[in-house]
Ligand binder design. Sequence first.
Ligand code: SF4
Length: 393
Amino acid sequence: MSTAHSERAHAYLSASGSKRWLSCPPSAKLEQEFPESTSDFAREGTCAHELSELYLQRYLELINKATFTRRHNKFKKDNAEFYSQEMEDYVQVYVDFVIERINAARAASSDAVILLEQRLDFSEWVPKGFGTGDVVIISDNIMEIIDLKYGKGVPVSAEDNSQMRMYALGAINQFGVLYEFDRVQMTIVQPRLDSISTDEISTDDLLFWADDFVKPRADMAIAGEGEFAAGEHCRFCRARFTCRARADANLEMAKLEFQKPDLLSFDEIGEVLAKAEELQKWAKDVQGYALDQAENHGVKFPGWKLVEGRSNRKYTDEQLVAQALLAEGYEEEKIYSKSLYGISAMEKAIGKKVFVEVLKDLVIKPVGKPTLVPESDKRPELNSTESAIADFS
Ligand code: SF4
């Protein structure tokens, strides 16, 4: 069954939020006190999904050429706010990848099953749990799940990814009795970050994880029980602004208990850097929440007041400004400066493909400023053999 993108329902214990409620079970109940919100990024992602489904439906001949063209035109009209040549290009990267996987599956077994926008029900382990898998492919002893993530914020790894595993559980639940497979491959494609990440697990290991870890945690989450636990997963929690457990964890973290007086050691500085990042995120969340409450709900926080921010002067009407100055006898060169679109705006205007074809020798990527990042970051360390190889290639 295919689910309309904009109507994708969210379960109380959703697959996309599973990292959070598995790590902090009572967050599921606490979140209910806060309204759900959507963003332009989410809507843009929904559009990209719709567009990719259209191309894949056409490739699989689920729709004919005329229907494709009609729907494509309608899509462009309905989504003018987000649609661009850039979106077409990025969606194509994902579609090409999926087609490659479909062909590989068909080569391995002629009766390979390909499902688009499949509702996947994992309620056997998670009460009322379901999600929507973008692409599910079942062939010769393996089931593959592919997920498009259109955002360009942070790379998401498929490794140990609970959202992908939930989808896999749903697919095992639905298709395990109909088809033979003992392995599941899960892939996340993020075309705007040039990232494709894959993980594989046996169905036995996955089911063990589901029975042993997911089910008890889901039961706790439904009952609003278990320990609050702050961490990376707080980032998308609706309670993150005022959650006491997160505040306590951050304030505790801020209490740096150093052993020696006078000067910090390098080890201690490393510790401060690691904590500073999380503290900054938390402080920003609290500041954003407080501003919204003060501005939109009249809340007064003791010791704080709402004032008008600093602003820069701007013209009321550029044309009238130019007319006034030209009438005063100023020449055009004196009052106008022409500039080329920036890289991202140009890429958006002409499309990634043309951008690469025509401008590939005219765009450079200057060496970035050295930045300190956690060791887990995928970029090679500066002055290392790895970075020398990367520079060379
Ligand atoms: S903000 Fe973090 S600690 Fe608080 S409920 Fe949400 S996930 Fe749990």
